[in-house]
Design a binder for this molecule. Structure first.
Ligand code: PRP
Length: 218
């Protein structure tokens, strides 16, 4: 990082479902910037007065920006964070973006026991988490990595099951899928680059404290 970067705190925010809630939360502690939006084509938005820079990136890329120090801190779902296997500090559970990871299958092709799916194909955005889950049961699976619309997998015969997140349950219902195994809960987390956390300790700690205050944690 060059010298001017040290003056700024760079925050990576994910596009999509977590963007609005993340931007609203930061705004409550005065971390705002004119034109900050996940629809904007401008990908770096700076608040010169407060020396804050926002990077708006694809959700799955937030842990990468933070691990490499291109962003000092970031907001990311626990599901994506675990799957990324990136080496970052997890500073705070932000509480929003609640969902859970689970395994689901087509209702009309449900098998009697979880073990009956051993050695079948699973479509998922989360192959690492899925593998960790199935290995607890001694199950070997074939993982098919998809980047979205995971529910299509079993419908079009690509896989027997899916491992994906559920928020409201609407997507499962609308596609005649049924949850058969719970894997883990997830919420949005505040993460930090390990070096930034040391170099900008005072600033980041003050920010975490302010976030806790507006979240009513103390
Ligand atoms: C996620 C997830 C499910 C859906 C679950 O997809 O992969 O498809 O949300 O939400 P629900 O339980 O409220 O229906 P997302 O909308 O992020 O898009 P994607 O399919 O492109 O990954």
């Amino acid at each position: 990082m060059n010298q001017p970067d040290k003056e700024y705190l760079t925050v990576a925010l994910p596009k999509g479902k977590l963007f609005g809630l993340s931007a609203d939360l930061f705004a409550k502690i005065g971390y705002t910037a004119e034109g900050l939006s996940d629809q904007s084509r401008k990908l770096i938005i700076t608040n010169e007065e407060k020396k804050i820079r926002f990077i708006v990136s694809k959700t799955a890329d937030v842990p990468t920006y933070v691990e490499y120090g291109a962003a000092d801190i970031g907001v990311i779902g626990k599901d994506v964070l675990l799957e990324s296997q990136k080496d970052v500090y997890e500073l705070l559970d932000l509480g929003f973006g609640k969902c859970h990871l689970m395994m689901a299958v087509p209702k009309d092709r449900k098998r009697a026991r979880l073990a009956d799916y051993a050695n079948t194909r699973v479509a998922t955005k989360f192959p690492h988490i899925a593998e960790r889950f199935f290995s607890q049961y001694g199950m070997q699976m074939e993982y098919i990595k998809l980047n979205g619309s995971i529910e299509l997998g079993p419908i079009v015969g690509l896989s027997e099951s899916i491992v994906d997140i559920v928020e409201t349950g609407t997507t499962l219902r609308e596609n005649n899928l049924e949850e058969i195994a719970y894997i883990m809960d997830a919420t949005a987390r505040l993460i930090a680059n390990r070096v930034s956390f040391k170099l900008k300790f005072d600033r980041i700690s003050a920010m975490v404290q302010d976030l806790k205050t507006v979240m009513g944690q103390n």
